[in-house]
Write a protein that binds this ligand. Structure first.
Ligand code: ZN
Length: 135
């Protein structure tokens, strides 16, 4: 069984420890009492439908920008339009997206940590009495 050199093992331990700290921070993020708003924040431009309005031409002649939150609800994509005094919902949606991203990172990190756990454990394991050296 191939053993890790003490130097490599020590480097692995440090890497493991910093990933573990990151994992802890990501997990703690969900304990915040700040609201999350389900959806993806975005910006849209719209046509008003009045026949004389320049927005008919489309492109940058349309009205806006309007801040919206894209949501998938009842099997449909919809948009929640925000009034200027409702930007706190936009912050909540940004926070929601960060949380979703953090969750993905948690899943990856757990795999990485578990694989490092195995590697470090393997590096510390003796398979025979003759492999033992007093420290
Ligand atoms: Zn218009």
């Amino acid at each position: 069984m191939k053993k890790l050199s003490p130097q490599h093992l020590s480097q692995k331990r440090q890497e493991f420890s910093s990933k573990l700290q990151l994992l802890k921070r990501l997990y703690q993020g969900v304990c915040s009492d700040e609201f999350l708003f389900h959806g993806q924040p975005g910006t849209v431009y719209r046509k008003c439908g009045k026949p004389q309005c320049k927005c008919r031409e489309g492109g940058d002649k349309r009205h806006g920008p309007y801040q919206i939150i894209r949501v998938f609800r009842d099997k449909k994509n919809t948009q929640v339009t925000l009034k200027p005094d409702e930007m706190h919902f936009l912050e909540m949606a940004k926070r929601y997206q960060r949380q979703v991203k953090d969750r993905k990172r948690i899943v990856e990190l757990q795999k990485e940590l578990l694989s490092m756990f195995d590697e470090i454990m393997k590096g510390r394991t003796l398979w025979d009495k003759k492999d033992y050296k007093e420290r």
